[in-house]
Ligand binder design. Structure first.
Ligand code: GRF
Length: 205
């Protein structure tokens, strides 16, 4: 299976996915990395790891829909069957979701449905949560919604700062994103209503 990754920032989740594909933990190949930000560290990291990576500038396209159509065209040209959002900061439109219905995953640094949106870890800390975590979910139109593939919880400790909590959650992000993509690629996942369930006897990839 060919995977496309969209990233706007440093790209540590992207890197975890590329590494897992390279060493065979995920039986798939990252075909292309795309970013809406020219300065995204993810682009450089992807190229260093031998993955084709491109910046697409939203300003070159008249609307969000037009930009999304351009992204879809590049992904389709690379034969992408699964799209992973990894710190991708733009909202995706219907134009993007349509062609990849049920085949777009996202990682979010909270236990959804708590704390969607920006600065989720800070929101959890400020709320006084004792437990925080991260979620991998299938992307739907509404931000940070969609059936949940995996979640991992971490404790919030008394001495935590935003930085220490972010780091604790990030470690779990890398782990559950890799495992979620592995399950998807292996054909182990089925969506039943809002629930993502694992099938007992998946077809061979
Ligand atoms: C991660 O915390 C991810 O959950 C969120 O944005 C951050 C991206 O980090 N959506 P990285 O670019 O993968 O290092």
């Amino acid at each position: 299976m060919r995977i496309g990754i969209l990233a706007s920032g440093r790209g540590s989740n992207m890197e975890a996915l590329i590494e897992a594909c390279r060493d065979g933990r995920i039986p798939a190949q990252v075909a292309v990395v795309l970013s809406d930000r020219a300065a995204a560290g993810a682009l450089e990291t992807a190229r260093r790891l031998g993955v084709e990576a491109h910046h697409l500038n939203p300003r070159d396209h008249g609307s969000r829909e037009a930009f999304d159509r351009a992204l879809v065209a590049v992904l389709q040209r690379h034969g992408v069957e699964l799209v992973c959002l990894a710190g991708y900061m733009k909202l995706v439109s219907r134009e993007f979701i349509g062609p990849f219905q049920g085949r777009i995953l996202n990682i979010h640094p909270s236990l959804l449905p708590a704390f969607p949106g920006l600065d989720a870890q800070r929101q959890a800390l400020e709320y006084g949560c004792k437990v925080a975590g991260c979620t991998v979910h299938i992307v739907e139109l509404e931000m940070d919604s969609g059936p949940i593939v995996m979640q991992a919880a971490v404790p919030v400790r008394d001495g935590d700062t935003e930085q220490t909590l972010v780091a604790r959650i990030l470690e779990e992000e890398h782990r559950i994103y890799v495992e979620s993509v592995r399950r998807f690629v292996a054909g182990e996942l089925r969506v039943v209503g809002r629930r993502v369930v694992r099938v007992a006897d998946p077809p061979r990839p």
